[in-house]
Design a protein around this ligand. Sequence first.
Ligand code: 0RA
Length: 657
Amino acid sequence: MVKKKEGQLAATYDASKIKILGGIEAVRKRPAMYIGSTGKSGLHHLIYEVVDNSIDEALAGHCDNISITITKENSVMVEDDGRGIPFDKHKETKRPAVEVVLTTLHAGGKFGDSVYKVSGGLHGVGVSCVNALSEWMEAEITREGETYFQHYDRGKPRKEKLGPAKQKDKRGTRITFKPDKQIFTETDFDNKTVAHRLRELAYLNRGVKITFTDEREKGKDNHTQVFQYEGGILSYVDHLNEKKDRLYKPPIYFSAEKEHICVEIAMQHCKDYYDENIFSFVNCIKTKEGGTHEVGFKSALTKAINSYGRKNNLAKEDESLSGDDVREGLTAVINLRIPEPQFEGQTKTKLGNSEVKGLVDSVVIDNLNAYLDKNPAVAKAVIERALMAYRVRQAARKAQELERKKSALDTALLPGKLADCSESNAAKCELFLVEGDSAGGSAKQGRDRRFQAILPLRGKILNVEKARIDKILTSNEIRTMITAIGPGVISGLSGDGGKEELSEEEFFKKLNYHKVVIMTDADVDGAHIRTLLLTFFFRYARKLIEGGHLYIAQPPLFLVKKGKSQEYVYNEKQLEKTMKKLGRDGAHLQRYKGLGEMNPGQLWETTMNPEARTLLQVTIEDAEDADEIFKILMGSEVEPRRKFIQENAKYVKNLDV
Ligand code: 0RA
């Protein structure tokens, strides 16, 4: 018997408890199965999981404030002013309900009374998982004049305390936890990542006040950030388009509820901007891979605009606007709440529910028709903008057809400047995109011609952010490059990176080289060309990046010689080390400014030889962040652009290949 201390409840471990602990062991044994990874993304997932529960309480209308605090020791406190998780005795286990919630697998996912809970997929694994993966967790709940406290070690309840509440009318839930170093390879939270998600949640849940405090950032302006948006996703679109020239203000907004599904959409077209940015969410989860809600939205948008154009004689009978035309320059946020979402796709971020397509389609048609009828000036501007896109696209298509006819005669179709490799298996092949003819020459001589192909690029390629589609297609450098890599990989002529158009499998078949390596000089010009290439691939061949096929070569910055020994050095830090190792006296330092300064042998040895080189693999963090950065890069302000180019690390992570 456990002796019952004053103010403490006895912990009795009956059969059901053993089952519960079994659940926790399962989570600790295979954490990635529950939270995706044990790296940074899994770590952040812990916070989101806990915050989601408070968001649910807010959605149910019982809570207005949520605060999240990261402490100096990287523990996290999430507090809300909701009803408080009940702590009365659970019937079966005779334990406080909150303990059952925090220690039982999957009990957590359904303990709120909100119907919009996520079953499986990314979220909804339950706070019990967070508990299981934390060195410790503490819950403090105040409701009905009482405060209940419980401490857990690695998911196991240790001590608890029940007493009168300090403040009479106070209520709410506070969960504090410290991620377990035994589980996570990374335990430092990233301020920006967390802030980004919390801001997103605040946009998606109109009015909720989310206060984010990072105690590690004392004295800095991001120490405390408050996110609260009375306009919800309308404010979100406003924010996304902040720096752009808008076609109309404010954004178009509408919402509807049908068959327990809530649809909310905000959208706005921009003038001098040719891409489309559609961000969709289902139960606060970003559906990066799109799905039936996006399909419904897109088809309705095309229909509504075409029918308005015809009805009002704004477009000719034979001018049928395509989806790409009506979405050019569009920013839209789609926010869906649905009782039983089905998530599909590689990253489980594609909505699969088939009934949603027609539902969203009809909501958009009805609301957009009404909006356009009421706002003829906006309607006219939207149609004219789409017509312009239509005409440009027609012209581009014609140019492309002509081109195709011409090149049909030229069977090889390979650009003359390409020095191809002999290997025919694309999986083994590498294509180096090299800046300048002289470096291209060295690379051609230095390479292993069995599997390495070289394509020299002259000067700066087109700035794709500002150029229109017809120009992009007719740019020589881009065309040559597309032909070499495989014409079929370019699918994002709508500017969405080809999200819908090609399956993974089809894409692979069309790729002539499974590694495409950007090799530019280690100076500002080189960085600029690299950025231009990244922009191009991001916009028009995003799958190349997503599939991990795009790399950046790392040429050395210095050669240090002393006596008979010599060493290549790739960064300043390494230089420091090398100088220490070899000794400064009599050391000779050669700085490489360009690839052209190296002879073919050196280029092979330092930058191209798979045994010795370091390649940086290009990754996409997030389309929205990327959009932001490209805007800075290509925008008219020079200073932020220069700064970014100098830092230039956002898209690449270090990877030894
Ligand atoms: C179920 C019932 C009730 C509250 C909650 C769940 C609840 C859960 C969480 C998780 C984080 N914050 C929360 N706040 C509340 C209470 C039902 C009632 O009082 O009648």
